[in-house]
Write a protein that binds this ligand. Structure first.
Ligand code: THU
Length: 129
């Protein structure tokens, strides 16, 4: 699975986005360590706090199916500009995959950033004692 293909799968997932309030359609494609891909889209809610980002949709789908080891996640929006994961999604990714590569796209220009760069001095599972 190339990161280019992962981006394509993330764009495909934007088509399922339910974003009637923001009209900001986001898609994610999460690659597990053993090569399986889980996609996700953002799902909004009239009570805005119930909204779920595309990244967390993908992670929750994977975890609920028994997959907890992740190598990379592609995150895109329909506008094709770099879409960085929000703080909550960075924290959730850190829970399972502090070393995950985050793959972004701006009109065909790929950017790969490791979560460690995006979430320095993180708080994670090993910090609860
Ligand atoms: N959103 C995501 O799905 N992922 C992000 O990383 C940024 C924000 C969604 C949440 C909401 O549905 C919309 O984009 C506007 O914030």
């Amino acid at each position: 699975m190339t990161y280019e293909t992962l981006l394509e799968m993330a764009y495909e997932a934007t088509k399922k986005s339910y974003a009637p309030y923001s009209n900001f359609k986001v898609g994610a494609a999460l690659l597990t360590e053993d090569g399986k891909v889980f996609t996700g889209c953002n799902i909004e809610c009239a009570s805005f706090g119930g909204t779920n980002c595309a990244e967390r949709t993908a992670v929750f789908k994977a975890v609920s199916e028994g997959y907890t080891n992740f190598k990379a996640i592609a995150v895109v929006s329909a506008g094709e500009m770099f879409t960085y994961p929000c703080g909550i999604c960075r924290q959730v990714l850190n829970e399972f995959a502090p070393d995950i590569d985050i793959i972004l796209d701006d009109h065909g220009t790929m950017k790969v950033i490791n979560l460690k760069e995006m979430l320095p001095y993180s708080f994670g599972p090993n910090d609860i004692r």
